[in-house]
Design a protein around this ligand. Sequence first.
Ligand code: ADP
Length: 290
Amino acid sequence: MSSAMSRAIRACAASGASRRGLASVEAMGAAAKGPPAAGRWAGRGPGGRGKVEDGARVQWVFLGCPGVGKGTYAGRLSRLLGVPHIATGDLVRHELASSGPLSKQLSEIVNHGKLVSDEIIINLLSKRLEEGEGKGELGFILDGFPRTIRQAEILEGVTDIDLVINLKLREEALLAKCVGRRKCSQCGGNFNVASIDIEGENGGPRMYMPPLLPPPQCESKLITRADDTEEVVKERLRVYHDLCEPVEDFYRARGKLLEFNLPGGIPESWPKLLQALNIEDPDNNRSATA
Ligand SMILES: Nc1ncnc2c1ncn2[C@@H]1O[C@H](COP(=O)(O)OP(=O)(O)O)[C@@H](O)[C@H]1O
């Protein structure tokens, strides 16, 4: 066991599952580093655009406030690059829905807008990474992890994250976007009923984000997340500013943070995000509007 791994094990209250899972990250990190250039995302260098076929080895992290669109853009990049999108919020919700031993404890925390303990999150993530390793996954796009400095230190202790994308959106839009979120309980599609139209700041352009409405067959099957009420979203935003913003500083200090201000809805933002990442979308016109 490497000393980095031992440190990580000491840092988290390691169960057997987290040891193996974090070991999976360490193994991925090693695989991603060789052969040279193939495993690292070259897209940001002056040499031009990244090749989508290299994307399956990226080790990226998405940061950003609740409602900013981490899931949407991480999901799109995951499909484009062929790399798994691992959202710790989804892992938590999956555990909640399973009515397993953790379920009651988790619902108390999540439905009040608080963060789950680092130990529980590390265990859930480790289990997911371990399953991925079994399937031959090489890289990942993490969404919603790390959310505390301790989580960031543990991750940094086991692998060298290539890039951290920090999505930013005007604060006024965040609450409306969270409260407007809907999911189809049958097909799993994500929609948003909020129509956001905000005056430009300091003479800047107006921000318009049209609703993303469900097709007729999903309309009667829409569900809202229990933690997407106005009161809980405000608490989640407060928690983000207190505990998660220092994670931005953590990666900024390491030169890994790419700040991206979302200019509006998906059609405007997606092509600009790809541009910022130096990725050529082979299907740009079609995917920008889907
Ligand atoms: N890395 C994490 N650390 C602690 N708690 C987490 C983490 N990821 C997810 N959670 C829990 O799951 C909830 C939902 O997460 P997520 O879907 O990422 O929400 P958000 O829309 O607020 O970004 C969080 O409010 C928190 O309770």
